[in-house]
Design a protein around this ligand. Structure first.
Ligand code: GLU
Length: 445
């Protein structure tokens, strides 16, 4: 007899060494038991077997020449995971830690996240083990051009639409788009999202993941008789997600006291001055330790993980996967945390998630809480197709409504399946049902 447990075992056997992918599959399957009770057909008809197997996995060579004239080599990936509800959609990550297991975990998460947005986008993800840190602008451009010279044949505005992720921002998207356009001799703006505003980008795309996270956390708090006002918040990371989560949290009168990068964290008891962070990270592309030069009362600490020992009401992990493990979860709870909002993808280990839920901590899961980025990417695709441009306010209002409806969907599914307040299970179930039903309707493909 087929069981979810057996499917997980098979995933582990068939994808050896891909521990982040195993973790992501385990996390989703662990929520689906009550769904299978009601709908055994999803298991019996092989829907879940197919859901955990990517439709297509592309691995390619990315050669380029550095500023010293030396040949360099990286590996490129694009995993086209699931197209049941729309063309593959998901970002590109450029980071030295990238290998197939990371791209598959991210692509798998993206299926459910994209489903939750309510928009017609399937799941995919890509990237490279290229490290943009310390590279010149020219090297970044050459790498992006080489990456696109292979990737272009696999993507298209109705096929697969990449965007940014860690290490890929508007600069990289610009170089990738330029090369795509040159190869195809066609202004297909809808082939990439996160583009600059002068060539088919959308207002509020840059802010969307961070803003969306706070909109979701706000809904979750209000449903539990809490507000953001005067709450002390710790945010890990200082990239796009972290910066705009901080901005929106401050607009709702919360106090953000700490942020980090991969080297360390800053603590500012007076509240983070976001203009300084933006200057350091978005303009100068320097280390967060620079912050204490401008704000002498703030403190810099070397160990990034220790950020979670700061007492706070709300923790927003917005850096990368497995940022909060069981040890950090225990410290956060001991210090009185009431809510966790996952801005990054899979920032809490499965053990940490379980521990938070057992202790009745409100947990906004990544698939739901950080879906604002990709939702706004879908809004960018719509604008590109219609050849129109919505204002910042129009896009931001749509984003806000989408985040409210994602919260409602997760909340409703959690209640319906007997786990009220468990937004982790609720988001997994709501995201799953739409995809599973679409797969069923399309037959064994
Ligand atoms: N990388 C983002 C995510 O994890 C955005 C993807 C997109 O906009 O396609 O959802």
């Amino acid at each position: 007899m087929k069981t979810l447990e057996k499917i997980l075992q098979k995933v582990i056997e068939k994808n050896p060494g891909e521990k982040e992918f195993h973790q992501a599959v385990e996390e989703v399957l662990s929520s689906l038991e009550p769904v299978i009770k009601k709908h055994p057909e999803f298991l019996e008809e092989g829907i879940i077997d197919r859901l955990v197997e990517p439709e297509r996995q592309i691995i390619f060579r990315v050669p380029w020449v550095d500023d010293n004239g030396e040949p360099q080599l990286n590996r490129g990936f694009r995993v086209q995971f699931n197209s049941a509800i729309g063309p593959y959609k998901g970002g590109l990550r450029f980071h030295p830690s990238v290998y197939l297991g990371i791209i598959k975990f991210l692509g798998f998460e993206q299926i459910f996240k994209n489903s939750l947005t309510g928009l017609p986008i399937g799941g995919g993800k890509g990237g490279s083990d290229f490290d943009p840190k310390g590279k010149s602008n020219g090297e970044i451009m050459k790498f992006c051009q080489s990456f696109m010279t292979e990737l272009y044949r696999h993507i298209g505005k109705d096929i697969d639409i990449p965007a940014g992720d860690i290490g890929v921002g508007s600069r990289e998207i610009g170089y990738l788009y330029g090369q795509y356009k040159r190869i195809k001799n066609s202004f297909d703006a809808g082939v990439l999202t996160g583009k600059g505003l002068t060539y088919g980008g959308s207002f509020a795309r840059k802010e969307a993941t961070g803003y969306g996270l706070i909109y979701f956390v706000k809904e979750m708090l209000e449903a539990n008789n809490q507000t953001l006002k005067n709450k002390t918040i710790v945010i890990s990371g200082s990239g796009n997600v972290a910066i705009y989560a901080c901005e929106k949290a401050q607009q709702y009168d919360a106090k953000v006291v700490a942020m980090s990068d991969s080297k360390g964290y800053i603590y500012d008891k007076n509240g983070i001055k976001l203009d300084t962070i933006k200057q350091i990270k978005e303009v100068e592309r320097k280390r967060i330790s620079e912050y204490i030069k401008y704000h002498t009362e703030a403190k810099y600490h070397e160990c990034q993980k220790d950020i979670w020992s700061i007492k706070c009401d709300i923790a927003l992990p917005c850096a990368t996967q497995n940022d909060i493990d069981i040890n950090q979860a225990q410290v956060l709870i001991k210090n009185g945390v009431i809510a966790i909002g996952e801005g990054a993808n899979m920032p809490c280990t499965n053990e940490a998630i379980k521990f938070f839920l057992e202790n009745n901590i409100l947990l906004a899961p990544a698939k739901a809480a950080n879906a604002g980025g990709v939702a706004t990417s879908a809004l960018e695709m719509s604008q590109d197709s219609m050849r129109i441009c919505w204002t910042f306010e129009e896009v931001d209002n749509k984003l806000h409504e989408i985040m409210k409806s994602i919260f409602k969907a997760a909340d409703k599914a959690a209640k319906e399946y007997g786990m009220p307040g468990n937004y982790v299970a609720g988001a997994n179930i709501a995201g799953f049902l739409k995809v599973a039903n679409a797969m069923r309707a399309q037959g064994i493909v």
